[in-house]
Design a protein around this ligand. Structure first.
Ligand SMILES: Cc1cc2nc3c(=O)[nH]c(=O)nc-3n(C[C@H](O)[C@H](O)[C@H](O)COP(=O)(O)OP(=O)(O)OC[C@H]3O[C@@H](n4cnc5c(N)ncnc54)[C@H](O)[C@@H]3O)c2cc1C
Length: 240
């Protein structure tokens, strides 16, 4: 009798923003699973997005999504968080921000704010590239999940992710799009039953009732300058 080979469970992470990148890292670090990411956008990053304008050999980098992140007080005591911050700082990506933020938000709490020298897209890229010492999870860009079906074959349930007239099957799916984009993917079929009947109560109304606060990113361009000239304009903006 030959030994039966059990294939590693296949997990699809929908979205290659910050949440998708962190989820992929955690899955790869702690489980013997095969992880893939799909994102409908042309680049990783999601709302951690930056843009580079190039003209005459000069580059202007802007964050058009998140512009700083806050390492809340107490986070340093949580190993999973402190290791991540140490890695990002060690890689030269996160730098403590000296600039003052007018109108503090209660959600930020107290803590240290960091800016990302390479733009926040580079932080998400780094999280994916260093997911494990040997493996960068495959990312399919420009691939939009149109719907997810729960299919049962020989008693085993799997998720079928449909995209552009094709589909692929996975043992588990991690959904990271914002709730208004996520709920239509599950529809009302078998695969959405857990949204309507959970031990904690129905999740669907809670997700449907989520509210998002407005965020605006303003970029003023007078004359394109080399990125290094930012230091001339904002000498106290970047620490160290
Ligand atoms: C202008 C602006 C300023 C902000 N400023 C700050 C800040 O200063 N500090 C801070 O901490 N936070 C800030 N935020 C919030 C922060 O950017 C987000 O909380 C964070 O990036 C969310 O990451 P996420 O991975 O959860 O979601 P997202 O970044 O939204 O990632 C979800 C991903 O899913 C993909 N996706 C969606 N639907 C599908 C589909 N059907 N198939 C495949 N892929 C799909 C999307 O393309 C996207 O890449 C700001 C946000 C904005 C918009």
């Amino acid at each position: 009798m030959s030994a039966k080979t059990v294939a590693a469970p296949r997990v699809l992470v929908v979205g290659a923003g910050l949440t998708g990148a962190i989820a992929a890292r955690r899955l790869l670090a702690s489980h013997a699973v095969h992880v893939e990411l799909w994102d409908s956008a042309a680049a990783v990053g999601g709302r951690m997005r930056n843009e580079v304008l190039t003209t005459d050999g000069h580059h202007l980098l802007t964050d058009s999504g998140a512009q700083y992140i806050t390492m809340a007080e107490g986070v340093a005591e949580i190993p999973a968080h402190s290791e991540l911050y140490a890695g990002l700082r060690g890689a030269g990506l996160l730098t403590a921000m000296k600039g003052r933020i007018q109108g503090g938000r209660a959600a930020d709490g107290d803590g240290t704010n960091f800016v990302c020298r390479g733009g926040f897209t580079s932080m998400v890229s780094w999280l994916l590239e260093t997911a494990t010492a040997s493996e960068r999870p495959p990312v399919s860009l420009g691939r939009s999940v149109e719907s997810l079906d729960l299919v049962r074959t020989d008693g085993a349930a799997r998720w079928r992710a449909n995209y552009a007239g094709a589909s692929a099957e996975y043992d588990a799916v991690v959904l990271t799009p914002p709730a208004p984009e996520l709920l239509p993917l599950l529809g009302g079929g078998d695969g959405a039953a857990w949204l309507d009947a959970t031990a904690e109560g129905a999740l669907r109304p809670a997700l449907e009732g989520l509210q998002f606060s407005s965020r605006y990113a303003l970029r003023c361009e007078t004359q394109l300058q080399p990125i290094s000239s930012l230091q001339n304009y904002y000498p106290s903006y970047l620490a160290g």
